[in-house]
Design a protein around this ligand. Sequence first.
Ligand code: IPM
Ligand code: MN
Length: 354
Amino acid sequence: MQLQIALLAGDGIGPEVIDQAVKVCDAIAQKFNHDIQWMPALTGAAAIDAVGEPYPDETHEICVNSDAVLFGAIGHPRFDNDPSAKVRPEQGLLKMRKKLGLFANVRPTFTFPSLIDKSPLKQERIEGTDLVFLRELTGGIYFGERGRKDDGDTAFDTCTYTRKEIQRLAKKGFDLAMTRSKKLCCVDKANVLESSRLWRETVQAMEKDYPEVEVAYEFVDAVAMRLVQWPNSYDVLITENLFGDILTDEASVISGSMGLMPSASVGADIGLFEPIHGSFPQAAGKDIANPLATVLSAAMMFEMSFGLNEEGALIRKVVDQSLAEGIVTEDLVEGEAKAYKTSEVGDYLAAKIS
Ligand code: IPM
Ligand code: MN
């Protein structure tokens, strides 16, 4: 298969973890006779430094002309501590999501048997956890009207949703639930927020089209609690943008390291695949960051964008092997065991595939 993939390394540890995913994908391509053409492009603080803009038009052109986008991380401390910065790296990611129509962010959370003791949660609580968040990604408070008034002493951000936006996200949730255990949880704050009441009303109206799916409606504060108490009681969860942002970070600790969880953002045509962790600036350039979330994002890309399930499965298998054999970065190392470098983990995975 001919695959053209836009490669957006971004900031911080982005370039290092992306390098490992490229090694892995190239090894897969060789083994399964695919031809990958990588199309590197600028984004984030790296793009601001180079051209003054976090998601330049040239990058967008490269993305729309590719079959998928593989993305590293975005963000730089220089902007985090400057609330008055006019351009911010994160704006690049938001603009990219919006312009590429990526309205659904698929964030799985699962446990690895060999890492079950790495989780800060008790083993019996998390065993068997296998859930997926579908986070709405191009609406809500992230994109609503915002501003200052009263001479700058009052600030506001608004959460706006249309029925259509909710329906298209919820449809993905129902469809996904049908391929899994037919359980769907709609997460909202309908006891307080009008936008949440529209979510609930819209999802309730869709239930008749999916008579086999059992739908639960839960408030976001209660989900935040139950997620760490009984994560294995959830399967597919759908929610709005900000709730999903917060809950998926929370969910990532279940697996034991934030460096492990992949994600996909999908919508109209093109899919974007990225680790859920951030740019981890303290580790940038040190060759110590865990590349597995990015490598697993590449597995999702093979499966979801190209329907190449065997390729995705092989990536997951070698990742499991690296964990079982202790070929892991320092975030997963215990006691006297050796910590491997980011690049060594990538080399190991590529060699195993070949
Ligand atoms: C994420 C990140 C982004 C978000 C930031 C970097 C804008 O936290 O992908 O979860 O809030 O969506
Ligand atoms: Mn986030």
